[in-house]
Design a protein around this ligand. Structure first.
Ligand code: NAD
Length: 486
């Protein structure tokens, strides 16, 4: 295991499934190889959940749910506090585990703190689901009760595993559901490690089950499962469609889908160019561009285009590429061979359709799935690289003249997750906040993925439903009407 600074705190790697409070091997003995995207060596042989394992996890969650729901909010919250604390204490270990599996540089790792913040929030706020009451019908008192679904499945991607673990599991549990979480086959190690903290925090067996595996078998089994009563998914639009189809063909479980993006950033001539360049550089470079919100389409107004492009190029091109375990590195490899080759294919499309300004290849001095920060200029709007999610450190910069023109271009996409606008003109900022077709719009900043106090989710092909502290709780509650004759 690489450790450029000699401080790697990873000792043992957990590769088993966590079902009903116990760590178990897969029932059919099947494991899969997990490779380091830096060294390309096998770093772990991970147990792959079979259909039987997935069924057992759902059965354990189902058995545990009534007693969990019967606890008071304060009792449930007390477990959250312990779990948040344990994860916070192990931040460095979790950072190195993630660097090992998916290549995120430890210097940029924020996922464990985000996890703890979400669980802390629920424990401190002590949420109680609120129903309503009404005396509007003569002779009756009418009430609504908010009740948990039962078993909730959470299926998460590899790019920010612990943040999605927390954003799905904490609200589902807070209102009395139990959970089966399926981590991504590309980054299963931190979720498996957190399962140890779940046990240490004393959660009753079956309340949180953590399995890993591929879409086929475990992901598909969860999506079709008749005892899974709601499903929260973060991942690609392609998989989101399959999950919705599976839900429609099984028990019509509600599905909440947080999907891909092709986010525009619009830089007007009155913007603070330095800040705009810094925010957009962070937006497309963090996690080597493997971020759903990445502002991969930058539109810059003609009068300041040269100046902005120069500043942006300098910032984006100065990435320190290298060993993700080193604290000097801020740009790691792509997660795996599949992702790397996908990015390389888009680089060829970009070279054909647009003008390459910097990058466009892998750094020859590094082994591993690295891609240099890449900028294309003046790419036609109908090019595939302007329409499809690349998920790499690749940005297209196009020049515009008028507000009408840029708004139309920004919205000309099947995605609608995120957009940003940089201007000092308040009227213009509000006009774009209203006009941009995206679930989140940032003005003069790059939105932190850890802003939990507002709902997060997509317009159009970027998803269904919203996540966020209060919105997520609503996702996991049924509403029952009760009519009482008086
Ligand atoms: P993915 O869709 O390939 O996989 C996501 C998860 O779904 C994994 O756990 C995978 O094993 C599972 N899965 C795959 N096929 C399945 C099936 N048929 N049934 C059930 N589960 C299945 O996505 P990924 O490559 O892990 O993640 C990258 C994608 O996630 C990008 O498109 C990115 O934009 C998106 N994403 C969105 C958000 C958001 O909040 N909107 C956040 C992060 C990532």
């Amino acid at each position: 295991m690489g450790d450029a600074n000699g401080t790697n705190p990873v000792k043992d790697i957990e590769t088993r499934l966590f079902i009903n409070g116990e760590f178990v091997e897969s029932s059919n003995g099947k494991t899969f190889n997990l490779y380091s995207p830096k060294t390309l060596e096998v770093v772990a042989k991970v147990h792959e959940a079979s259909e039987e394992d997935t069924d057992r996890a759902v059965a354990a969650a189902k058995a545990a749910q009534p007693a969990w729901a019967a606890l008071s909010v304060e009792q449930r919250s007390s477990y959250f506090k312990k779990l948040a604390q344990l994860v916070r204490e192990h931040n460095d270990e979790l950072a190195h585990l993630e660097a090992l599996s998916m290549g995120i540089p430890v210097s940029t790792y924020f996922h464990a703190h985000a996890f703890s913040r979400v669980f802390d929030h629920y424990s401190e706020a002590g949420y109680t689901p609120q129903g309503t009451s009404s005396l509007n019908t003569p002779g009756y008192i009418n009430l609504t009760l908010r009740q948990p679904y039962g078993v909730v499945a959470a299926i998460i991607p590899w790019n920010v595993p612990l943040l999605f673990f927390a954003k799905k599991v904490a609200p589902a549990l807070a209102v009395g559901n139990t959970v089966v979480l399926k981590s991504s086959e590309k980054a299963p190690l931190t979720s498996a490690r957190v399962a140890h903290f779940v046990k240490e925090a004393g959660f009753p067996p079956g309340v949180i089950n953590v399995i890993t595996g591929f879409g086929n078998v475990s992901g598909s089994v969860l999506s079709h499962h008749m005892d899974v009563r709601a499903l929260s998914f973060t991942g690609s639009t392609r998989t989101g469609r399959r999950i919705q189809e599976a839900a429609a063909k099984s028990n019509l479980k509600p599905v909440f889908l947080e999907l891909g993006g092709k986010s525009p950033a619009i830089i007007f001539d009155d913007a603070d160019l330095d800040k705009a360049a810094e925010a957009t550089q962070y937006g497309v470079q963090s996690n080597s561009g493997q971020v759903c919100m990445a502002n991969t389409r930058i539109y810059v107004q003609d009068t300041i285009a040269d100046k902005f492009i120069e500043t942006f190029k300098h910032k984006f091109g100065s990435a320190v590429i290298g060993d993700p375990h080193s604290h000097e590195t801020n740009h790691g490899p792509q997660v795996d061979k599949v992702q790397y080759e996908q990015v390389l294919r888009y680089l060829e499309i970009g070279k054909q359709d647009g003008k390459l300004l910097i990058g466009g290849e892998s750094p020859s001095e590094h082994t591993g799935y690295f891609v240099n920060p890449t900028i294309f200029l003046d790419t036609p709007e109908d090019s595939r690289i302007m329409k499809e999610e690349v998920f790499g450190p690749v940005v297209n910069i196009n020049i515009f003249k008028t507000e009408e023109e840029v708004l139309a271009k920004a919205n000309d996409t099947e995605y609608g997750l995120y957009a940003s606008v940089f201007t000092k003109n308040i009227d213009r900022a509000m006009k774009f906040a209203k006009g941009l077709e995206a679930g989140t719009v940032s003005v003069n900043c790059s939105s932190p993925t850890t802003a939990f106090d507002t709902p997060f989710g997509g317009y159009k092909g970027s998803g269904i439903g919203r996540e966020g502290i209060t919105h997520s709780m609503d996702n996991f509650l049924e509403t029952k009407s009760v009519h009482i004759k008086i």
